[in-house]
Design a protein around this ligand. Structure first.
Ligand SMILES: Nc1ncnc2c1ncn2[C@@H]1O[C@H](COP(=O)(O)OP(=O)(O)OP(=O)(O)O)[C@@H](O)[C@H]1O
Length: 861
């Protein structure tokens, strides 16, 4: 494993060379043999302050593995993003399988045979593995929705020896390595002409890497092509036919892999000759201080009885086959896992019960899952890095911008973070640069103990050396450091001592000359024979886990609560269980149910519609003009059509404010709320204008004591529930709410899905408004106002997430049932009316807390 520079004192030993000085020794790739399946021609891309791609031309031929290498920020991801249609180039053309275009879209590229696995998985957390896999397929290759589980299981079966993944599991429950397996398996299942893999092995376990290489070989043997991005040059040398080097957005050249040595590639990537002679600076050569970090009898999930001491100035490595508890121990010490035992920093005993408590006790943890736990998107580099150092840079709670800039700036410079400036959004940085910023945060916390989990993940060869040097400097400054790495070579280079884990315990301790790559790898393998597969996380499926998996769980809980309230009311009053009572209550229930179902549509995409109440009022007012007395049946139908059109227009206005003008949904629909209220009051300042009694008698028809409209509401809820999981639009709706930008990358036109959601929501208010017409009989402008909040309450009770992606129409219906039940039972029990509010508020809090708790537990496990 020589995937890194071997240089104890890198920067001093490196000799700057002109690019031309490192290029002539290597052979230039033959671009003529084999058919070209992907061609990029004069592609150029600028971001504010960065010329990311400088007129790059590249050809990838069939049956070939074409590696793309370069430092962090060189432009690799941007270039393949352009090839896949997810990044729009300023100029240049993309040609896939003979067809070219200047403006490719993800769908265009996929349909022509290009599949891509992004550095950050393009999976939708709230959709199941099977739904994600199906959605990512080109339209012609998608299985029927009913067959998707069997189809996904068949594809994942190929990976079963390295990753046991249940196709029904929501992706949010998968561990990072399993997420990548799903992505890769899906992309290969497309049988693409060319597959792009952007740092695919960063998160994979060694057996999965081996499986990937076998599949890649099969793919190319069948005539497919691969574009392979990696910082692991040993992997590149192992599999690539051609190596293209990018530096600062420009193509240095494309070379035959056989003609270049690993050292040649390093020099080409860095743009200078880098001395890779390795001098390990061990603890024996350094002065170490007193024992600084002491852990006694630490036990928790997947580990047991861990004793550990680290001295000031010492770097201790955690090694072992993946899944032997080493990561769990590190996370528990960083405050990210339950545990028992004693943890001491210096002479203080600390309780790392949370990351904040660990930090407070002097322990900082660098996560291995940068995408989910490390990066704070939307915040600048500076803000991301200074988050753990706020105490040091503020006085009486006020942050000193000068100190913050100085501190973060110096750290960024020492790590060579590549960004236009320190104020840009961290999300705009390349993956490796994001990793450097997250590491900066840990260093800036100035904690006595640093726990670094895969510190060089996704980081280029030059920066890797810089990170080693920074960790060594931190040790030299008296910190105690623990490094977990899947690379034995990395541990050899960094550590004074290495602890090898097996089945949740420390199986071996390597010191002195035993701290070498070979001995570490050997110890890891001989220490254990059982390899845990990548999977869905915990093997133990607990109550919360099972409950939180289903979107129907909230509905079941609501039903039980409704029945209990009903039993109480029935025991207290003889009139509760009578047809007369039901004939009074059910129309109210149907009205609220339509409001809740409508609200659920927009909440599914992470939106909200405050205008539903006034819209209903406006529709009642409009009806008092167009459905006034004694219309013919045709007139009535036309009248209802007008109401639908009015509602659809309001939905479209909401959508354009949110999507085109880009106003937050809460504000946008608050604006519409006021405008619609004003308009309705303008038309009918006071309730007036009779609505046709014949029309009202039709819509208030009953079967026994059950109103027809209540049955319609149930049917609508059930049909929409079916559509949500079994139709393309339903899945796109959930995908858009789950993670909009990722859904876009999967070919979902989120803009139009959002339009459908807002228009759909408004149109579903028409039946609710008709029921209100029955109640008022006249044009009453404010009759719907109170339903805005009630609709949101009912949908939340039904399990809707305000962040989108989760919820259920049956749940929303049952939420409306419970709200109506509370109102009725309070009256039957003769309780004061404020009990309605208390019960509703109390139950909403209990429900929200329950859903939130169960969801958090599921995601953590
Ligand atoms: N959306 C964006 N907005 C602004 N700048 C961006 C954006 N995406 C990328 N960049 C910039 O473009 C340059 C190239 O980034 P890119 O992600 O392509 O690099 P990379 O070679 O893939 O790096 P890494 O190896 O770290 O993943 C970087 O300077 C990056 O900060």
């Amino acid at each position: 494993m020589v995937d890194m520079l071997r240089d104890g004192q890198t920067t001093g030993a490196a000799t700057a060379m002109s690019p031309s000085a490192v290029e002539p020794a290597v052979g230039v790739a033959d671009e003529t043999s084999g058919r070209t399946v992907l061609r990029l021609d004069q592609v150029d891309k600028r971001y504010p302050g960065v010329h990311a791609i400088k007129s790059v031309s590249l050809s990838v031929r069939e049956g070939q593995i074409h590696a793309l290498v370069g430092q962090n920020g060189a432009g690799k991801s941007t270039l393949v993003g352009i090839a896949a249609g997810s990044v729009h180039a300023d100029s240049g053309t993309v040609e896939i399988d003979g067809e070219s275009t200047q403006s490719p879209t993800p769908t265009w590229c996929r349909e022509r045979g290009l599949a891509i696995v992004y550095q950050e998985p393009a999976l939708l957390p709230d959709l199941t593995v099977a739904e994600n896999m199906r959605l990512g397929m080109p339209v012609h290759a998608r299985p029927a929705i009913g067959d998707q589980i069997a189809w996904a299981e068949e594809i994942l079966a190929r990976w079963s020896s390295v990753a046991s993944i249940d196709a029904r599991t929501p992706v949010r429950e998968l561990r990072p390595d399993a997420r990548f397996v799903v992505e890769i398996a899906r992309a290969l299942a497309e049988r693409p002409k060319v597959i792009v893999l952007d740092e695919p092995t960063e998160h994979l376990l060694p057996p999965a890497v081996a499986e990937l290489f076998t599949l890649i070989a099969e793919h190319t043997a069948a005539g497919g092509a691969v574009v392979y991005i990696s910082h692991r040059l040993n992997e590149v040398k192992q599999i690539a036919d051609t190596v293209s080097v990018l530096r600062d957005g420009a193509l240095v050249g494309s070379f035959d892999a056989e003609d270049v040595t690993e050292q040649d590639v390093v020099n080409l990537v860095v743009g200078r000759e880098l001395d890779r002679t390795f001098t390990r600076v061990t603890g024996a050569d350094r002065i170490m201080g007193e024992e600084l970090f002491a852990v006694t009898d630490l036990s928790g999930k997947r580990f047991d009885g861990i004793d550990l001491t680290v001295r000031a100035g010492e770097i201790v490595g955690f090694a072992g086959v993946e899944g032997q508890g080493q990561r769990d121990v590190l996370r528990a010490l960083g405050g990210l896992g339950g545990h028992s035992g004693t943890v001491r920093v210096g002479d203080r005993t600390i309780d790392p019960s949370s990351p904040a408590a660990a930090l407070h006790g002097g322990v900082a943890y660098l996560t291995h899952d940068r995408h989910v736990e490390g990066v704070l998107s939307g915040l600048s580099l500076r803000e991301n890095a200074s988050l753990s150092a706020l105490g040091r840079i503020s006085t009486a709670g006020v942050v000193s911008r000068m100190r913050e800039r100085k501190l973060t700036g110096e750290t960024f410079r020492s790590m060579r973070v590549k960004a236009p400036n320190d104020e840009v959004d961290i999300a705009t940085l390349s993956g490796g640069n994001q990793q450097k910023v997250v590491l900066s945060r840990v260093l800036l916390s100035d904690s006595d103990v640093i726990l670094a989990d895969e510190p060089t993940q996704g980081v280029d060869i030059g920066a890797r050396e810089e990170i080693y040097s920074i960790l060594r400097k931190a040790a030299a400054a008296g910190k105690a450091i623990v490094v977990l790495s899947s690379s034995a070579a990395e541990l050899e280079q960094l550590c004074d001592r290495v602890l090898v884990f097996s089945r949740g315990q420390i199986a071996r301790e390597l010191v002195g000359d035993d701290v070498n790559e070979h001995a570490i790898a050997q110890a890891a393998l001989s220490a254990t024979h059982s390899r845990e597969k990548a999977g869905t996380g915990t093997g133990r499926v607990n109550f919360w886990h099972r409950m939180s998996r289903s979107d129907l769980t909230p509905g079941a809980i609501l039903l039980i609560a409704t029945i209990i309230l009903g039993i109480i009311a029935a025991t207290q009053s003889d009139t509760y269980l009578t047809g007369r009572n039901f004939s009074l209550v059910l129309p109210l229930l149907a009205t609220l149910a339509f409001f809740a179902i409508a609200q659920q549509v927009v909440m599914m995409i992470g939106g909200i519609d405050l205008s539903v109440g006034p819209l209903a009022g406006l529709l009642v007012v409009v009806a008092s003009f167009i459905l006034s007395a004694y219309r013919t049946p045709v007139g009535m139908i036309l009248g209802v059509i007008v109401l639908v059109v009015v509602a659809a227009v309001v939905g479209a206005v909401n959508w354009s404010l949110i999507t085109v003008v880009r106003i937050n949904p809460l504000i946008a629909t608050l604006v519409t709320f006021t405008a619609l209220q004003g308009l309705a009051l303008l038309m009918r300042p006071l309730p007036a204008g009779q609505i046709d009694p014949f029309f009202l008698s039709y819509v208030s028809g009953v079967w026994g004591f059950v109103p027809v409209m209540a049955v319609v509401a149930i049917v609508v809820a059930v049909v929409l529930e079916y559509c949500l999981f079994r139709t393309t639009f339903g899945i796109k709706l959930r995908a858009t709410g789950s993670a909009g930008p990722t859904a876009e990358r999967n070919g979902v036109r989120t803009r139009w899905v959002t339009l459908g959601a807002y228009v759909g929501c408004s149109v579903l208010i028409v039946p609710a408004a008709i029921l209100l017409m029955v109640q008022s009989g006249t044009g009453n402008a404010s009759i719907g106002d109170s339903y805005t909040l009630a609709s949101i309450g009912a949908a939340v009770l039904g399990g809707a997430s305000i962040f989108g992606g989760r919820g259920s129409f049956i749940g929303a219906f049952l939420g409306a049932v419970l709200v109506t039940q509370i109102n009725t039972v309070v009256q039957f029990l003769g309780l004061p009316l404020y009990w309605q509010q208390w019960l509703l508020g109390g139950l909403t809090i209990v429900a929200a807390a329950f859903y939130s708790k169960s969801r958090t537990l599921t995601e953590r496990s």
